[in-house]
Design a protein around this ligand. Structure first.
Ligand code: PEP
Ligand code: MG
Length: 585
């Protein structure tokens, strides 16, 4: 019988497929036999993974502060001892030799034996020690699996093709990996609409629903599912009639998108003749291919974090330079806006993740420019790489999460330092590379006139601006109903920033998700926005609305909306406006 579940639609589109339930906490351990001649190789695999697990724990030990609770440091010490313990290590090797099986399984069997010994003990304290063994074993198993996955060819990862992933939560790195594995959609138990994972799903065109509590209990592996990312609905085990209905919706949606393709590579211009800049957002140079499928456009936001996350070490200056150049080359003369790295909050490097969430409010912690200014040597590498890329085409640099003008002053000093270093080394760079800032914190919006005086452009990041203005966590689905782009305070801050740019005669773009949502296009045009940077998927739809709008008619009506006090009133007014002005073909 079909079951209906509800969540938050975070990435549009309908996906139909079988469920693949991802158990991240506990790696899925499969048993298989190995050829006898591979026994030594398997033992070596085990030792490599064991050493990696040791290194991870040593790194954690070094990085945690001295004042962490004793339980935690003791736990790490115990885990390290276990990793050397002959009962665990020699026992596993014996299992590999005797059962001629893979290391993961041998380790699991040995673990089960040890757990049983602990279970049989009377001592309550010692009984709890079995959790430590399980933890250590899982750490080694994860290393074994991770090493294998790195070696696996694409064909061997095909088991996810066409599947709908069910997970408690996904990281942006998981999402990218899964897109390569050609999943058809995903749903998670946690996570709000503006998490970076959700945004990435939108960028990659993967239908997704989040905030579906207990999904992993309610959905079994291989259950047939329909997920509707437009309104957050999930149907488990749909009957034939429902399946037919959603297949036809899927077909209509495809047709509608195909019709929009007539706008590909045409200018974005309103009916009353205003030229609008319509750029795309990317996370990796490869995304430019997707962008190109829709339009020959520039990039208004290149989030460089993907180059930094899911690895232990920072990328070198050369690696960064080569990556940015690849993006620039792919753009064939169109502008590339590279945002300096915005690590922190829900995007972290492995090395930071390993020592756990130390900050209680990571979105308000050492994130983005704050972190870069704290690690100036690392930051200088990125600044030099961007400046060098600028020597090969139209590049501009954008700084995220500015809160105070003194941060900008420090950043500008570092940019000058980077230029000096490049000059000294006789390296090619763009000495006049435009520098801009993201306006995504209320304090920056309120001071945007001062930022505008010192910068070449501004770009409004509504994802964070809304989070910080309304004091709600953008990745927490419990408060996603309070995430209101149409809150009058948010609109006021956007308006102030647009005015600041206009007064100073500099470009102001908007690259947050509001720009990608067709619901807000008329509003933003009426407020005076002339520069949108959107998800690849939304490019043509937004262009369609722009090309059917008249700013002169919109502006006075939008001003009236801006004077209203309640988000719901504004929403109703905007619905009316959209009906009047959109899609008048
Ligand atoms: C934003 O905050 O609106 C933005 C574009 O940046 P990010 O989503 O990467 O935080
Ligand atoms: Mg942001």
């Amino acid at each position: 019988m079909s079951v209906l579940l509800n969540g938050i639609g975070v990435s549009k589109g309908i996906a139909i497929g079988q469920a693949y339930v991802l158990y991240r906490e506990q790696p899925e351990i499969r048993e298989y036999n190995i050829p006898k001649k591979r026994i030594n190789h398997e033992i070596k695999r085990f030792h490599t993974a064991r050493k990696q697990a040791q290194k991870q724990l040593h790194d954690i030990k070094q990085k945690i502060a001295n004042d962490v609770p004793q339980d935690i440091s003791q736990f790490i010490e115990t885990s390290l001892l276990m990793l050397e313990d002959p009962v665990l290590c020699d026992g596993t090797i014996k299992q590999i030799e005797q059962r001629i099986c893979n290391a993961e399984w041998a380790l699991q069997s040995q673990c089960d034996r040890l757990v049983k010994v602990f279970d049989d003990m009377d001592d309550a304290y010692l009984k709890t020690r079995k959790d430590d063994i399980i933890h250590v074993v899982q750490r080694i198993q994860r290393c074994l699996i991770a090493n294998d996955q790195a070696e696996q060819s694409n064909d061997e990862t095909d088991y996810l093709k066409g599947k709908i992933i069910i997970a408690d939560d996904l990281t942006p790195a998981d999402t990218i990996l899964m897109q390569h594995q050609r999943i058809s959609g995903f749903l998670t138990e946690y996570g709000g609409p503006l998490s970076h994972t959700a945004i990435l799903a939108g960028n990659l065109g993967i239908p997704a629903v989040t905030g579906v509590r207990n999904a992993k209990q309610l959905i079994l592996a291989n259950d047939w599912l329909i997920i509707d990312g437009n309104n957050g609905m999930i149907i488990v085990d749909p009957d034939r009639k429902t399946l037919k209905h959603f297949k036809s919706l899927q077909k209509d949606e495809k047709q509608r998108k195909r019709n929009l393709f007539e706008l590909k590579n045409k200018p974005a211009r309103t009916l009353d003749g205003h030229e609008i800049i319509l750029n795309g957002n990317i996370d990796r140079p490869n995304d430019i291919k997707t962008l190109r499928q829709f339009d020959h456009t520039g990039v208004g936001l290149y989030r460089t974090e993907m180059l930094f996350i899911d690895r232990d070490e920072n990328p070198s200056e050369e690696e960064q330079f080569e990556t940015y150049r690849r993006a620039l080359r792919a753009l064939k003369g169109k502008q590339l806006t590279i945002r300096t790295v915005d690590l922190g909050a829900d995007k972290e490097m492995n090395s930071t993740l390993q020592h756990g969430p130390l900050a209680h409010n990571p979105a308000m912690g050492l994130r983005a420019i704050r972190r870069c200014l704290k690690e100036p040597d690392q930051f200088l590498k990125q600044l030099r790489a961007i400046l060098r890329t600028g020597a090969y085409g139209p590049v501009q640099m954008m700084i995220p999460m500015m809160t105070c003008i003194s941060e900008l002053d420090q950043t500008l000093i570092l940019i000058e330092q980077a230029k000096e270093q490049l000059k000294k080394n006789k390296q090619k760079y763009d000495a006049r590379l435009p520098v801009g800032a993201m306006i995504e914190v209320p304090s920056a919006a309120l001071s945007s006139h001062t930022f505008a005086e010192k910068l070449d452009f501004l770009s409004i990041g509504t994802n964070d601006l809304i989070q910080y203005t309304l004091a709600l966590d953008r990745i927490d689905d419990e408060v996603s109903h309070l995430y209101k782009p149409l809150h009058p305070s948010v609109l006021k801050l956007i308006d102030i920033t647009l005015q600041a740019g206009a007064n100073q005669g500099i470009n102001v773009s908007l690259c947050g998700e509001m720009a990608s949502d067709p619901k807000y296009t008329c509003l933003l045009l009426g407020m005076g926005l002339k520069n949108f940077s959107v998800q690849a998927n939304s490019l043509l739809e937004i262009k369609h609305i722009i090309n059917n709008s008249r700013i002169e008619k919109l502006a006075p009506k939008v001003r009236k909306l801006l004077s209203l006090s309640y988000p719901d009133e504004i929403e109703l007014g905007l619905d009316d406006l959209n009906k009047q002005f959109n899609y008048q073909q």
